[in-house]
Design a protein around this ligand. Structure first.
Ligand code: SAH
Ligand code: SF4
Ligand code: F3S
Length: 485
């Protein structure tokens, strides 16, 4: 067999992988990295499962609905695999991500068509796992045995980090000028509703040297915008590595300042941050690093002190309010977004009113809202006073209506301004292009595909619930939004 790393495979030998991503941006990053791991084995990306030799479902376990989706998708893939086998071919099915981590054994029991189950910290070992599957199927061919649901499982949290084994990122990891960069993994906070500490493992920060190297690589590959990712990205505390100047532990603030030195990197974002980890220096960075966009996703979950405590969030509503005041004092045009959970066990009408009041006081530019979902194994699942679905539905609707109004008002407040927009893709209508403002708003203009990946000044003309319409301007620099010195 030809060495696949030589890149000289002929077309008929080429293999295809289809990766479906559920869940958060960390999973989007991981899916790209899985593609990077598979590329040297000869796998090109496929647009559909039907055209693929290998299908990877990169799954999310955060809410019940998210993980149930996986099993229905696996049912469809099993049928596809049976069809292939009838035609004398095959389909390899891999389940990755957070459901893989949480329910690995169960997946193999429930769906014997699954060949590989690989956790979010182990996917750098996909080549070995694929080789084991290939050996099993050779054995099966040799002795004609039917294989009893013998999926290969790898859900260890390895002592060494996956990041030390991943190939350098390439142009494939940059989409329309923008790239994700995972700098921190896992969570030690154990909010009582959340599965992440169990599915992603303990908090781990990548060394600053490795992050800076990957960032330079992504910028060289065409990224003008980087979004730094972590489940608790602002808990980042990376080692500086040999020769590091000024102490060995780096905070997120220090990392952002160093990233801002990279030529060609115009926008820096980070997500998701926790209110407990917004230190003074990180707040200051919002005022003095112009590349850091004036948008912060800072989930508060609830406005009730009682519920925040039951959630084990480790802060109250006043802490959150004070943080926002300080951030806005430093960066008056900062747009805030948050996640909210309604219907946590024991949430009373008064608790929910506290959430509505906090939202009213703060004013969010966007938000993600969820009904509490009881997740097996989390402390919240064992609490009494689980609320009826109808209460959750009513509270969700009320909260979404308030947040929707705030988002529309925020969008409307930018009409008339000239703002730099990073264009990402074609819009739904012919001749329309879609990009993002510095506040992560969707902006539509008339334009051509040549705009994709570039930052263009746009005058905002009309605001809608979820987007703005504008026109490209060539003769005007962006409006100045006040930034404290
Ligand atoms: N690390 C991030 C959150 C990651 S999960 C943070 O601390 O903010 C993304 C969001 O999913 C959470 O912010 C929360 O709002 C929501 N979520 C997590 N578990 C949930 C559950 N059991 N039910 C409903 N929503 C949940
Ligand atoms: Fe989940 Fe809380 Fe950790 Fe966020 S901080 S990942 S919500 S446990
Ligand atoms: Fe889902 Fe895992 Fe992300 S549970 S939200 S994919 S960390």
């Amino acid at each position: 067999m030809k060495d696949v790393r030589t890149g000289t495979r002929s077309q008929w030998q080429r293999k295809r992988v289809f990766i479906r991503t559920y869940g958060c941006q960390m999973n989007v990053y991981d899916s790209d990295r899985m593609a990077d791991v598979l590329r040297p084995l000869g796998y090109a990306l496929s647009e559909t499962p039907e055209q693929a030799d290998l299908v990877v479902l990169n799954t999310c376990h955060i809410r019940e609905r998210a993980s149930e989706k996986v099993y229905s998708e696996l049912g469809r893939l099993r049928d596809l695999k049976s069809e292939r086998r009838r035609d004398g071919a095959d389909l390899t099915i891999a389940v990755a991500g957070c459901v893989a981590q949480a329910e690995g054994e169960e997946i193999i029991q429930r769906q014997p068509a699954v060949d590989i189950v690989v956790g979010p910290q182990a996917y750098h070992r996909l080549p070995e796992l694929l080789a084991r599957v290939a050996r099993q199927s050779d054995d099966r061919r040799a002795d004609g045995r039917r294989r009893p649901g013998a999926g290969v499982l790898d859900t260890e949290f390895p002592v060494d980090s996956k990041f030390d084994h991943l190939p350098a990122p390439s142009e494939a990891d940059v989409r329309a000028g923008s790239a994700f960069l995972s700098i921190q993994e896992g969570c030690d906070k154990f909010c009582t509703f959340c599965v992440v500490p169990y599915t992603r493992g303990a908090e781990y920060s990548r060394p600053a040297t490795a992050v800076l190297q990957e960032a330079r690589g992504l910028v060289a590959a065409g990224a003008v915008e980087l979004t730094l990712l972590g489940q608790n990205v602002n808990a980042y505390h990376g080692e500086g590595g040999p020769g590091s100047i000024g102490g060995s532990t780096w905070t997120l603030a220090r990392l952002i300042r160093a990233l801002a030195e990279i030529d060609g990197l115009v926008r820096i974002r980070y997500t998701t941050s926790h209110p407990r980890d917004m230190d003074d220096d990180l707040i200051a960075v919002h005022g003095d690093v112009p590349q850091l966009t004036p948008y912060l996703h800072l989930p508060v979950q609830s406005g009730s002190d009682r519920i925040l405590e039951a959630m084990n969030r480790g802060h109250g509503r006043d802490h959150y309010r004070r943080l926002v005041d300080r951030l806005r004092g430093i960066r008056p045009d900062l747009a805030l977004s948050s996640d909210f959970i309604v219907g946590f066990p024991g949430e009373s009408d008064a608790d929910f009113d506290d959430t509505m009041r906090l939202v009213d006081e703060i004013g969010f530019a966007s938000a993600y809202t969820f009904k509490y979902s009881r997740r097996p194994g989390t402390p919240g699942a064992a609490l009494g006073d689980q609320l009826a679905e109808s209460i959750k539905t009513a509270r969700l609707a009320a909260l979404q209506s308030l947040l929707g109004r705030q988002q529309r008002d925020f969008n409307a407040s930018k009409v008339g301004a000239v703002v730099p927009v990073l264009f990402a893709e074609a819009g739904r209508k012919p001749g329309q292009m879609l990009g993002k403002s510095p506040w992560l708003q969707s902006v539509y203009v008339e334009g051509g595909a040549d705009m994709i990946g570039s930052i263009v000044n746009v005058r905002l003309l009309a605001a809608y619930a979820l987007s703005l319409a504008g026109e490209v301007v060539t003769d005007e620099s962006p409006s100045r939004f006040e930034v404290a010195a």
